[in-house]
Design a protein around this ligand. Sequence first.
Ligand SMILES: [Zn+2]
Length: 261
Amino acid sequence: MFRILVVIYISLISMPSSAWWGKEHEIIAKVAEKNLTQQTAKKINSLLEGDRLSDIANWADTIKSQSKWSHSKRWHYVNIEKGESIEDYEVSVGGDILWALDYFYWQISDSSKSVSQRREALMFFVHLVADIHQPLHVGFSGDAGGNKKPVIWESQNRLVNLHKIWDGLLTSPNLTSHQYAKKINNSLTKDKHLWLKLSFKDWADESLKLHQFVYDFKQQNNAKKPLYLGAEYKNKNRPVAEKRMLQAGARLAYFLNLAFE
Ligand SMILES: [Zn+2]
């Protein structure tokens, strides 16, 4: 029994970062769909052969396990050393999420590229804009972006890790992705011009700065592992996760509108 538990434990904490789960990716893409211009929506529809952004938003996660695409795993995140700022960032060997966002964004509207290449670039870009807004995708290598930080998630009484909590356990299970996108898109406020045009690096910096909430475990900060987190952590951080999904969706639309204008 003990051995089984150890195996489960090790496989849980060593899982690679997977990013927002499918539902969260769908929500972000649906927010973006609501903010596309007609012209952009039409061009995307043709490039994706009738699919919508929300249909392909999770594709980049589904291919990671294929050996052909194993090199793409590192494009979903960037690691910053503890105590360093985004200004110290240097592109990692083999690329990282900041490198990949640049690389794919410019291909989307490059008419010298083939249609299939532009489609693939769009599918990566849609996914990665969402990923970089998940605070732990700009993570510390020490705990592999929270993947190596075991947590007992109290409401479900199960062992997870900090990364998984931010991937999908903070959002409400009671809303469909459609209802969620509508709800958070309605909260789009007039101050959006302050954050809409920021750069990919600024988005990463925001994620890094959100670690003050992500790693705030109250009295458990120095306690033994694993951590116990529950309603208090969820209530405090759900609005943070929802704001990140809104920003990701609105910014995705803004950048796509520019690319297809
Ligand atoms: Zn991902």
